[in-house]
Design a protein. Structure first.
Length: 238
């Protein structure tokens, strides 16, 4: 299993507080957002509605309202707001990052890819952006480009287990099981409680000819809740 994570940038929700150029706007949001714990998205939309009336040129306000709308499953409204944010501030990197997430969720994978490339031009070196690009390239069938982006994510932050996992699965599927097992070992080292990593390493072991180790991993993965590993045990280990 390859997990596909597109995390909305935390900076989008707090950026208005950190970056607001207008004192009144900052004061309007600081207490309400802090008290809510960043979860009352319907309240955020109303607050940003009011703020945009008062400060219609604030790119952050549109970007933040777009995040809130996305969290409320209003993808169309989120895209509109994030696009407006970029129109007002073409170098607002996190607007591109977040719009990429919404586009991916809307099945516009090529559009999501272009937004993340633009984000990287403005804010180079972000490991999650490289990881997300890897996921997109993988979904588009561009295996080598996906591996390249996972490698960049690992270079930027070697502690994110899913980068190793996804690259390991792609290497397994390419017949490069020795390298795959190295990656999957690292993923397990970083997060030993994730059954998917053990399941994937089991598959790599099986393809390398080591059925005993494969079954050992799958059985341990089942204990961690993996249904896919359970199917592998039934098929290969009984």
């Amino acid at each position: 299993m390859m997990k596909k994570i597109f995390a909305i940038s935390v900076f989008a929700l707090i950026g208005l507080i950190v970056n607001a150029q207008t004192k009144g706007l900052n004061e309007t949001f600081k207490s309400d957002v802090t008290k809510s714990g960043y979860t009352e998205y319907d309240k955020f939309v109303k607050l940003y509605d009011d703020a945009i009336i008062k400060y219609p040129k604030q790119a952050n306000a549109y970007g933040n309202r777009g995040v809130a709308k996305y969290m409320l499953k209003d993808k169309e409204g989120a895209l509109k707001d994030m696009t407006k944010s970029i129109e007002l501030s073409p170098y607002f990197a996190h607007a591109y990052f977040n719009r990429a997430i919404v586009k991916f969720a809307s099945n516009d994978k090529e559009g999501a890819k272009q937004d993340l490339i633009k984000f990287d031009e403005i804010n180079s070196g972000d490991p999650l952006a490289y990881y997300n690009l890897g996921v997109i390239e993988q979904d588009l069938g561009n295996k080598e480009k996906a591996i390249e982006n996972y490698a960049k994510a690992i270079e930027a932050d070697g502690k994110y287990a899913w980068s190793y996992n996804n690259r390991g699965v792609l290497l397994t599927n390419s017949g490069k099981t020795e390298k795959a097992i190295v990656d999957l070992n690292k993923a397990i080292e970083l997060d030993e409680k994730d059954g998917d990593f053990l399941n994937n390493r089991g598959t790599a072991f099986l393809k390398s000819g080591n059925k005993d180790k494969a079954c050992q991993d799958w059985k341990q993965s089942v204990e961690l809740g993996s249904k896919e590993a359970g199917a592998n045990v039934r098929e290969h280990c009984n």
